[in-house]
Design a protein around this ligand. Structure first.
Ligand code: NAD
Length: 291
């Protein structure tokens, strides 16, 4: 397929590389002037979009996405698909979908889970909102870049699925870390704690697949000095998006709010920035009750 790819950062660059390696014809653009072997450089976002059957965007936030969408939609062929893989607020995804429709273009919001490692390996999970026909058009691209693509509903529902998933992840990571810190203070061996919880009702992805205690369970960022992985500031971004959505939808999410507050403190007032989000564990072990 002819693909335009806009936003060639930590995630976009390996995704574009994989699409080119799979035999697609990829034209890329990034304001930072990034070039990638196998990807033809374009002079602007509109130029990258002009001849494409699918235009993929992988951008930092909703405001930038809306701005780029306004540049590319008028340049795109009628019936082409705008596949946005960025993580943005639900409202921006819906606004972009409406703008696309007015321009005769189909839009999908398809945020990903799996991080930079998943992008490089082509094992991302896509959570997709938008029309069925556009989902079918993009199926070969999801297959090249990922291992799973779930259609979640209409416009914005991919973003909704992403923030709900990551709200659960943030909350369970905090719960797992504070339980380890409590276990330490009670004199419970960490390996015994893992062996019990990972096979009992406290099990979760945070414990079983991404254990925050070094030397315990499968290999994880804890075994690499808490280098990300999934950086605490990216978790904070997603928890903020979840709270924005909860406020707009009048949903009661007290633990999501507490997780947002804790990651905000960790990233903005403590030493969390640039560390993996599982570095909540050493944070808790260094603290005392009520501090
Ligand atoms: P990044 O900052 O590395 O990349 C974003 C790129 O967009 C940059 O290269 C930047 O120059 C480019 N850009 C900014 N404005 C632009 C414009 N107007 N036109 C063209 N290019 C522009 O970010 P990333 O880590 O690649 O993340 C991209 C998106 O994916 C974000 O929404 C993020 O939340 C999401 N995401 C990231 C991860 C991760 O682990 N990094 C995991 C899942 C989802």
């Amino acid at each position: 397929m002819k693909i335009g790819f806009i936003g060639l950062g930590n995630m976009g660059a390996p995704m574009a590389r994989i699409l080119a390696a799979a035999g697609h014809s990829v034209t890329g653009f990034d304001v930072a002037g990034v070039t990638i072997e196998g990807v033809s450089p374009a002079e602007s976002a509109a130029a990258a979009a002009r001849l494409a059957e699918v235009v993929i965007t992988m951008l930092p936030d909703g405001a930038i996405l809306r701005d780029v969408a306004a540049q590319i939609h008028p340049a795109m062929a009628q019936g082409a698909v705008h596949l946005d893989c960025s993580t943005v607020d639900v409202d921006s995804a819906k606004i972009v979908a409406r703008a696309a429709e007015q321009a005769g273009v189909a839009a999908l919001d398809a945020p990903v889970s799996g991080g930079v490692g998943g992008a490089a390996a082509g094992t991302l999970t896509f959570m997709v909102g938008g029309p069925d026909s556009a989902f079918a058009t993009c199926a070969p691209l999801f297959e090249a870049m990922g291992q799973t693509a779930v259609r979640c509903g209409g416009p914005g529902m991919g973003q909704a699925a992403k923030i709900c998933n990551n709200m659960i992840l943030g909350v369970t990571m905090i719960a797992t870390c504070e339980a380890f810190a409590l276990a330490d203070k009670l004199g419970l061996d960490r390996q015994a704690m893992f062996d019990v919880v990972s096979t009992a009702s406290g099990a979760s992805w945070s414990m079983n697949a991404y254990c925050p205690a070094p030397g315990i369970g499968p290999n994880s960022p804890a075994d690499n000095g808490y280098a990300p992985g999934f950086a605490a500031e990216l978790m904070l971004k997603d928890l903020r998006l979840a709270q924005m959505a909860a406020a707009a939808a009048d949903a009661d999410t007290p633990l999501g709010q507490a997780a947002r507050d804790l990651y905000e403190q960790f990233v903005e007032q403590e030493d969390g920035k640039g560390r993996d989000f599982s570095a909540m564990l050493p944070r808790f072990t260094a603290r005392h009750r009520g501090t």
